[in-house]
Design a protein around this ligand. Structure first.
Ligand code: ADP
Ligand code: MG
Length: 829
């Protein structure tokens, strides 16, 4: 049990009017009326939970008065904050605020989402609605076509406004935008905004559902809490004979809702024992706010007062109201439910299915889509609910007529007629039981019918009389005396009053706010589907573009690969050539050897004496030369083709020099044979020549050896070159291998992306089909409703005919017996 938190806020003076004899003084949490020279006026001093002076900001008001309630709402408690006070005292300023100092609603919305982000262990679903009570009619500020909505009550949902648009939201900006749109709707077609806003009540409502994310922890228990932020109509008494009929009517209704609020507060503040019956049902406002006033909610009321002396009496009235409200106690508790009433639960399966379907899309796209689909589901549900209630109303009115016939004729003997006609709810129950006995034709299908046992922990205020509102008879009679006592007859001149400007007011309706019918809804749905399709096409095109890019890259890679391949084959050919060089050089050395042997054998053939020293020398030279060339032939592997001709040339030079030497040798021998004398001396001379020849030849041999050495060196360098080439070839080969692998992976990626593209296209098609099915389902539902109405008509016709028959029977009986029978002409109209 806790008391309602009550605060008073003093507005800054509108004008510097110092003519008055009194002023309001704020001292901590007390406000009192003082004479102008400072002495307090006795009996006019009030203390509250908070009193805010004219310098106080909305931020401070929020922190001290509302913040705790908002936090409790996120935890699962119901919460309500009212602004009460005369017109122009600052209610709207407190609730809506200004650009520089946002009001309670703005701050609460932001705070809710901040708190939610901090509670990462719970999953939340938030929906908002925004309504206005004007002329005792409830209008939807989020959907202009929803006018004159009805209040209903069910075990599952408690008290609710049937057909009121609710929008599922995921961030504060979205909510603030909806509020802005609501303001535009509110003022559409309004000639005098002051007049309307001072006579209407606005209720901004947030329903917060949450559950533990951990599936093991009580996954079936869902917390559902409701936050109401209410900007009440001006509490002043409006002149009943002010300006024409419309104004008169407005005034009367305003009084009714506010008067009921005053009466309810009065009764509730009387204390549990004296309280008696609480007239919540006297007005729409008190009915909607019933849980906030007398039960399961944390509630705060901020009473705004004007400082001007002209408003003193009105301010006193407001302070008296606030004092009474301070005595009210409520008993708030966390609402935990197990039933299907929680939207979070009803939508869970569908959402999971959608989540699966949309897997693979980007996270933010996924969330957006889910939010949109959630809202679509909710809209469908609300629409169905609205149709159901309309049908129910119709059914009740028909059955009432039926009931009259039964009573009159004693036909069917219905025992359900309520004993106390004032107990509307009993009558409703009775109607329910009638409907059940009427068979399937009259049974409205209801997904919400569930046994009481499924409600785990809803407000259990109902069995406790101290704060238990029993359903009351709806009555037009209001306790005007109390009202007069509270409001001392201040009459507001609305035209001269300055108001807090609305968030955003246009003089034309927003394009999407024209009154809709089901066709328009379908159009809307088709538009939505189109938009979804466009999104899907965009995504597909994006993927296509990416795919094409990948293909292009792949082609470039292929080109590069081919280039590298041709380079590699060239290198391979070169390597082959290099490998062949040693063999060719070997061949070359063999040829040289043959030529050398040839030359020497020719030389030997000129020598007649085979046993001469020259012949011996020649043969030894031949042997040496041959072995030299054989070594060359074996070792030769110099890989440059040009060297071959060079070697041949060298060989030629050597051969020439050798043949010259031989010629010289031969001619000198001829001269020696002609002479024939002094053979010994000749032989000596020959010996000297041979020595010089030997020397020459050994020189030649050295030259050849040197040459051989040079060639061997060259061979080494060429071998080194070959090795390097081989290494380069290997590197190129590994590079080629890598490129090949890369190309293959690109190939794979390209095929995967095209597969994904196909999959996404398929998914999108599935969604579109699903939406189409949903559309069809709705059409079917409408068709069923039509059939229903036809069945009703038929029933009515048969009843009419039965009635006529009955009437004629009565007439005939009357004629027969001459007995007077009660009139029944008003039974069936
Ligand atoms: P109500 O909604 O009670 O009829 P408003 O909120 O429209 O009254 O306030 C009337 C005028 O007084 C507006 O111009 C508003 O800006 C101004 N006003 C109200 N309260 C304050 C405040 N605390 N500080 C500054 N200006 C205020
Ligand atoms: Mg206002």
């Amino acid at each position: 049990m806790e008391k309602i938190c009550v605060a008073v806020r003093l507005r800054p003076p509108a004008t510097q009017d110092s003519s008055g004899g009194t002023f309001w003084k704020v001292d901590e949490n007390r406000v009192s009326l003082h004479k102008v020279h400072g002495t307090p006026i006795s009996g006019v001093s009030y203390a509250f939970d908070h009193v805010f002076d004219e310098t106080c900001s909305n931020s401070r008001v929020y922190d001290l008065l509302t913040k705790d309630i908002i936090h409790a709402v996120v935890e699962g408690f119901n919460g309500t904050a009212f602004a009460y006070g005369q017109t122009s005292s600052g209610k709207t300023f407190t609730m809506n605020g200004s650009d520089t100092d946002p009001g309670i609603i703005h701050r609460a919305v932001r705070d809710v989402f901040e708190r939610i982000h901090m509670m990462s262990h719970r999953e939340f679903l938030i929906r908002v609605s925004y309504m206005e009570i004007y002329n005792e009619e409830i209008n939807d500020l989020l959907a202009v076509e929803n006018q004159k909505l009805q209040i209903h009550e069910s075990l599952e949902r408690g008290i609710f406004v049937a057909g009121l648009k609710e929008e599922i939201v995921s961030n504060a900006e979205q909510v603030l935008k909806l509020l802005e749109a609501g303001e535009v709707n509110r003022h559409f077609g309004e000639t005098n905004m002051n007049a309307r806003s001072s006579r209407s009540h606005t209720i901004f409502r947030m329903v917060i559902e949450s559950k533990e994310k951990d599936i093991n922890a009580n996954a079936d228990v869902i917390r559902v809490s409701v936050l109401n932020l209410v900007d009440l109509a001006g509490s002043e008494r409006i002149a009943k004979t002010g300006a024409g009929g419309v104004r008169l009517k407005e005034g009367k209704h305003i009084n009714k809702s506010l008067m009921s609020l005053g009466n309810v507060i009065n009764k509730l503040s009387d204390g549990a024992k004296n309280r008696g019956h609480i007239p919540y049902r006297d007005s729409k406002l008190t009915r909607i706010l019933q849980p906030a006033l007398g039960g399961n909610a944390k509630t705060s009321i901020i009473c705004t007062i004007a400082p001007e002396e002209v408003h003193v009496e009105e301010t006193k009235g407001t302070l008296q109201f606030a004092s009474r409200a301070k005595r009210i106690t409520n008993c708030a508790q966390v609402n935990e439910i197990l039933t299907e009433a929680a939207l979070l639960k009803r939508q869970k399966q569908e959402i999971e299915e959608l989540r699966k379907k949309l897997q693979g899309s980007h996270a933010e796209v996924l969330e957006q889509e889910i939010l949109k689909l959630r809202n679509d589901l909710l809209q469908n549900e609300l629409e169905r609910e609205k149709l159901e209630t309309e049908l129910e109303e119709e059914r009740k009115s028909k059955l009432n007529n039926l009931g009259s016939v039964d009573t009159l004729s004693d036909f069917g003997g219905s025992s359900c007629q309520p004993q106390d006609s004032g107990r509307q709810s009993l009558k409703e129950e009775c109607n329910d039981s009638i409907s059940k006995s009427q068979g399937a034709l009259f049974t409205t299908p209801s997904s919400k019918a569930a046994p009481n046992a499924f409600v785990a922990k809803r407000s259990n205020y109902s069995p406790l009389p101290s704060f238990s509102p029993l359903p009351d008879a709806f009555s037009n009679v209001v306790d005007e005396d109390t009202w007069m006592k509270m409001n001392k007859g201040y009459i507001a001149d609305l035209d001269s009053i300055q108001m807090t400007p609305a968030r955003k007011v246009q003089s034309f309706p927003p394009s999407d706010a024209t009154p809709g019918n089901s066709n328009e809804n379908h159009e809307q749905e088709v538009q939505n589907l189109k938009r979804q399709l466009e999104l899907a096409i965009e995504e597909r095109d994006d993927l296509k573009r990416k795919h094409d890019e990948q293909v292009r890259k792949h082609e470039e890679q292929v080109l590069l690969n081919n280039q590298l391949l041709s380079e590699i084959s060239e290198l391979q050919q070169e390597a082959q050539l290099i490998r062949e060089i040693p063999q060719r050089l070997g061949e070359c050395a063999a040829t040289c050897k043959d030529i050398y042997v040839d030359v020497l054998s020719t030389t030997q053939s000129y020598i007649s004496d085979e046993k001469s020293s020259v012949a011996k020398l020649l043969s030894s030279i031949t042997e040496i030369g041959t072995s030299l060339f054989t070594t060359l032939e074996v070792d030769f592997s110099v890989p440059i083709a040009d060297q071959r001709s060079w070697i041949q040339e060298q060989h030629k030079v050597l051969s020439e020099r050798l043949s010259n030497t031989v010629k010289l040798l031969v001619s000198s021998e001829t001269v020696n044979s002609e002479d024939g004398q002094a053979r010994k001396s000749q032989e000596c001379a020959m010996g000297g020549d041979a020595a010089s020849w030997k020397e020459k030849l050994s020189n030649e041999l050295n030259t050849i050896k040197e040459r051989h050495h040079d060639l061997a060196k060259e061979l080494d360098s060429h071998n080194q070159l070959l090795k390097n080439s081989k290494q380069r070839y290997e590197i190129l080969e590994t590079e080629f291998q890598l490129l090949k692998e890369e190309r293959d992976s690109l190939h794979k990626a390209a095929s995967e992306s095209s597969e994904r593209l196909l999959l996404i296209t398929e998914q999108k098609e599935n969604i579109v089909n699903y939406m189409k099915e949903e559309l069809q389902r709705r059409k079917d539902l409408e068709e069923k409703i039509k059939q229903f109405s036809v069945a009703f008509c038929n029933r009515k016709t048969s009843l009419m005919s039965f009635h006529n028959e009955f009437k004629s029977k009565v007439e005939s009986l009357k004629a027969e017996y001459g007995v007077s029978v009660p009139k029944s002409s008003n039974v069936v109209q």
